[in-house]
Design a protein around this ligand. Sequence first.
Ligand code: 3NM
Ligand code: MG
Length: 526
Amino acid sequence: MAKPTVDYSLYLVTDSGLNHPSRTLLQSVEDSILGGVTLVQLREKDLDTPAFIELARKVHAVTKKHNVPLLINDNLEVALAIDAEGAHVGQDDISCVEARRLLGPNKILGISTGTIEEAQKALADGADYIGIGTCFMTQTKSPKRTLGPIGVRAILEALPAESEMKTVVIGGIKHDNTRRVVTHSAGAHGRIVDGIAVVTGIVGAQDAKVASEQLLSEFKIGHELATTKHQNNIRGTVQDGRASVEDVIKSFPQMLTTLREKSPLTHHISNYVVMNDTANATLALGGSPIMAPSAIEAEDLSKVVSSVVLNIGTLTDSFVDCMYEAGKHANAQSKPIVFDPVGAGATKLREETTRKILNAMHVDIIKGNAGEISTIAKIIGGGDKTETIAMRGVDSLGSGFSNPAAIVQAVARREGAVVAMTGITDYVSDGFRTVAIENGNAYQGRITGSGCMIASSIASFAAISPNDHFAAAVAGIVALNLAGEHAGTRADVHGPGTFRAAFIDEIANLTPQQMLNEARIKTVTV
Ligand code: 3NM
Ligand code: MG
């Protein structure tokens, strides 16, 4: 019999120990298939071979009835005895080459991989697909480390473009992170995971059919989004529906007016040093701040706020917990997140937290200085040729980039986020539109928190500009830079202390018309 063609979209991996007590494993398998599972792996780590064979025959009867292939985990004897459609092996199990020899050419063979080397070896050893994991923390297995979507992407990108190797992602996959895993792991060469492999999310669910339906639907949406993301990346031109930079600037007065009318609430998980100044700057601009660093109220807040700021300055464990909670719920509620990776490269903790945040959620806007953006460029790495070249500039030049606009654009495209890099000149890009902003005053660099206040301003604008975060980032920077210019030239400003007070005043005094008349913005062609 020829090798069956397999739809990997939703891959159920069983575990009797985790099966919901309200039903048998067999029922879980059948319910999940009715809910859309396209492939099943029977994974029984504690059964001896005769008992495994007995269970496998029963499961196979169910999967055959629905025309869904069944793979057996690790135990080739069982796979052969019941004539399963294939097998799945781990790195510590029987070798891939030996498994292929036993199974013959017409059975499906998959192997778990957690590194680029393992994935490349699987290709050479004749596997049909690789399970890439562990993606997120999971109780089903105790992983030594998790890859996150960024790590999954690195493995996808290491596979040759022409290879027919199929890929599924595994570990902690739930309906509420599926979409992000699929879009965010999409490689620069357009390879998207072919499926998600799930244990607890299905067998442990109250209703395996409903859980499977949700997972499959999220996978399909993610796949669609990832395809679009890739098309955007390769086209690399201004897409239909994106306002031109000129039109964005023309919309500034209306944006500030709307912000002041709506006074959107922004959840700040900020740091001890700047909490007061960022709250005051938000109020002065016309928004409403809520400074709430407790994870316990993050879900409730996500329902009432219009945007979120995650700032990793003065980092503590409880801030980190709150950022994860707030980020997860903000994504679920489609509330924009502004990520301010303060001092990202300064310590291991901050770098790791930055990586975890980028992995655990979709951040809509990243705002940082050159050093912080360079740390992010290093974390996300890789990419296509132009991106790699741009990113390499980070290593060779430290924070003094030879071509800052190219790096900002590359990071934006790679992350699918708007990136704002602040400095004497500020750069903003959504990967397609890239601008340099020349407004601002030197005093802004002489008080603490002026960058954090810009993140707050961006978040207020993002709240009223949900469909164009690029416009929000540019407007947010221009507004505070103009306030800086106005404050810095005031006769009553004699130093940083008086500037700080005058700055808050001038944020409040800023008029919509000034946003249009005084903005100094140049489009940069990278
Ligand atoms: N393999 P859940 S992680 C079976 O990393 C398995 O290779 C993994 O379970 C790997 O969906 C894993 O409950 C468990 O998180 C996945
Ligand atoms: Mg495994």
